[in-house]
Design a protein around this ligand. Structure first.
Ligand code: PEP
Ligand code: MG
Length: 586
């Protein structure tokens, strides 16, 4: 038995067999072959190409059936590669002339092919490189008889252990078969952690050496609440954790308060509690937990894990279905926030040295007005019921907000001339998640209809702490006095300019800070759906006057530890001991 410690990012206990995901690398052996072996190697090449063709054809049928014919067509390029005579002849030549094994010959020919295409100044050909690399990996796996870790066909329940999971990998997992996640890297607000929390899957990230300590099939316990991962547990430990798992499930049930309950303090102050969403399958959880609408819809998840961008009609259908489903509540569509730790599979998006400081979110969208306008048109068209708002991520100054609004205006004009209906008064918000925006919030507030504070980023940018890096996770502190002062300034600037202000960063779903934020006057709280009952229970158990009363004292404190200690002591004083234990989970 080995006990590893990481960062618990999604509560609960998962117990099961490990599925270890290797990084997507293939090791291709080089072997000299004799003259007699040449024909066998060439036969192996043909057999692998036929098998791969069959595999892709099945995949194409499955995708066309499940998500539409258009998606199935993306595999056409794969077939072209498999039938490319120049490539195949080159492999055969190498086997015959250089007397090398087929796997090695194939990998060398593909490399030559890719290098040539990359040198050509032709965007279409360069885009084909991804297809070539993808399909050639499939062929090589056939040759090497390796099975690809295709997560979407998981047949049994497993705990996924990986170095890292990309947001698109996480999004495409069959959730019903995942007992838990463990990753070597990551922090509390990395996007994999956010999804795990939204789907209520126990998860521990930042374990550093997780993948080195297990193999597929090992038994493992993931305790997402304490951050422990126990590999190959003894029977005694297993029994202990089975008990813990049952107790956790009971706790979660106990905190299920009526869906329709409003968040209203004992002295009558109301706040809106809505949910954050990434994937369509979260919608039922969002409703089950009593969200009053969707305060953040991370639309980039519709773009991830695919090569082409979704068309206007496809996006429109996706947005409209959410808007209809959540009505009469509203949904805030955050325009795509790619870059950082979420990337499009497009060759023209270069790898950057500091992606979180790079071509991300609104910067990327303003540089790609065509792509951006398609999304804005789709959002506008989905606003017919007048319950849709649009919000721009990573605004760093007024000029970006003005440019984004100008594009929105253009889209409105176009739609009008096409006689398409939409909400002409659609509310436009700015996410405040960059320190410069926080410090100029009074300027921004005059030109938008609402603010939403994105603390996941605001904390990383103001404290200079990468949100996905486990090595500096100890510095990632929402209670840092610098962060609290920025937040207070944003709320005051919004109110001085008569616009509402919400928060959609993870901090708003933490009861300790929700208490302080309510006191600072935050109007709307948006969070992972499973956090909602606790926050509603908290707000219903306190007086607004109490919350207001602690703000000044909190802002005088010097360290995050002092802040947390003070907030705990105040809540302990105000709440009954049972509520305190339930809400704070202590
Ligand atoms: C945030 O930064 O707080 C936020 C909600 O956006 P994301 O987590 O998607 O960056
Ligand atoms: Mg953000």
């Amino acid at each position: 038995m080995i006990k590893l410690k990481g960062i618990g990012v999604s509560g609960g206990v998962g117990i099961g067999k490990v599925l270890l995901l290797r990084k997507d690398e293939l090791t291709v052996p080089k072997r000299k072959i004799s003259h007699d072996e040449i024909s066998r190697e060439i036969y192996h090449l043909e057999e692998s190409l036929i098998d791969t063709r069959r595999e892709i054809s099945n995949l194409q049928k499955k995708i066309s059936k499940e998500i539409g014919f258009d998606h199935g067509r993306i595999f056409e390029a794969h077939f072209l590669v498999l039938e490319d005579r120049v490539l195949i002849e080159d492999v055969i030549m190498q086997i015959k002339n250089k007397h090398v094994n087929v796997e090695y010959a194939f990998s060398q020919s593909v490399k030559k092919y890719v290098d040539t295409l990359l040198k050509l100044n032709d965007e279409y050909l360069r885009e084909r490189v991804i297809d070539i690399e993808d399909v050639s990996k499939r062929v090589l796996r056939k040759m090497l008889k390796e099975k690809a870790a295709t997560l979407s066909d998981l047949k049994e329940k497993v705990v996924i252990v990986a170095h890292d999971l990309s947001p698109s990998q996480t999004a495409s997992l069959p959730k019903e078969n995942i007992l838990g996640f463990v990753t070597n890297i990551g922090g509390r607000t990395s996007h994999t952690a956010i999804i795990a929390r939204a789907l209520r899957i126990p998860a521990v990230v930042g374990v550093e050496i997780a993948t080195e300590n297990v193999k597929s099939g090992d038994k493992v316990i993931v305790d997402g609440s304490s951050g422990y991962v126990i590999c190959r547990p003894t029977d005694k430990t297993l029994r202990e954790y089975h008990k813990k798992s049952t107790a956790y499930a009971k706790e979660v049930k106990a905190i299920h308060i009526p869906r329709a309950l409003k968040a209203r303090t004992k002295d009558g102050k109301e706040a809106t509690i809505s949910a954050n969403m990434e994937l369509p399958e979260e919608l039922s959880l969002v409703k089950e937990y009593g969200a009053e609408g969707i305060g953040l819809y991370r639309t980039e998840y519709i773009f991830l894990g695919r090569r082409d961008s979704p068309s206007e009609d496809e996006q429109y259908a996706a947005y409209l279905s959410v808007a209809k489903d959540i009505s009469p509540h509203s949904v805030v569509f955050r325009t795509i926030d790619i870059g950082g730790d979420k990337f499009l599979s497009r060759p023209e998006v270069p790898k950057e040295m500091s992606p979180f400081l790079g071509w991300r979110a609104i910067r990327f969208c303003l540089a790609h007005p065509d792509l951006f306008k398609v999304q804005l048109r789709a959002i506008l068209r989905a606003s017919v019921k007048k319950n849709v708002k649009v919000m721009f991520p990573m605004i760093s100054g007024i000029e970006e907000l003005r440019q984004a609004k100008a594009l929105l205006k253009e889209c409105k004009k176009e739609l009008k001339s096409e006689r398409k209906i939409f909400d002409e008064d659609i509310a436009v918000g700015a996410m405040i998640e960059v320190p410069s925006a926080a410090l100029t919030a009074d300027i921004l507030a005059k030109e938008c209809d609402f603010f939403s504070i994105g603390t996941n980023d605001l904390i990383q940018y103001s404290l200079a702490v990468d949100r996905g890096n486990e090595k500096v996770a100890y510095l990632y502190e929402p209670g840092h006095p610098g962060v609290l002062k920025l937040i207070k300034g944003i709320i005051d600037a919004a109110h001085n300019n008569n616009i509402p202000v919400g928060m959609c960063g993870e901090m708003s779903g933490d009861p300790l800070f929700a208490f302080l934020l309510l006191g600072m006057g935050l109007d709307k709280f948006s969070m992972s759906a499973p956090q909602i009952p606790k926050i509603k229970e908290l707000i219903n158990s306190i007086n607004f006057e109490n919350a207001k009363g602690i703000v000044e004292n909190t802002l005088k404190l010097h360290t995050p530890k002092e802040v947390e200690k003070y907030l705990h002591s105040e809540l302990k004083r105000i709440l009954t001991s049972e509520s305190y234990r339930n809400i704070l989970m202590v």
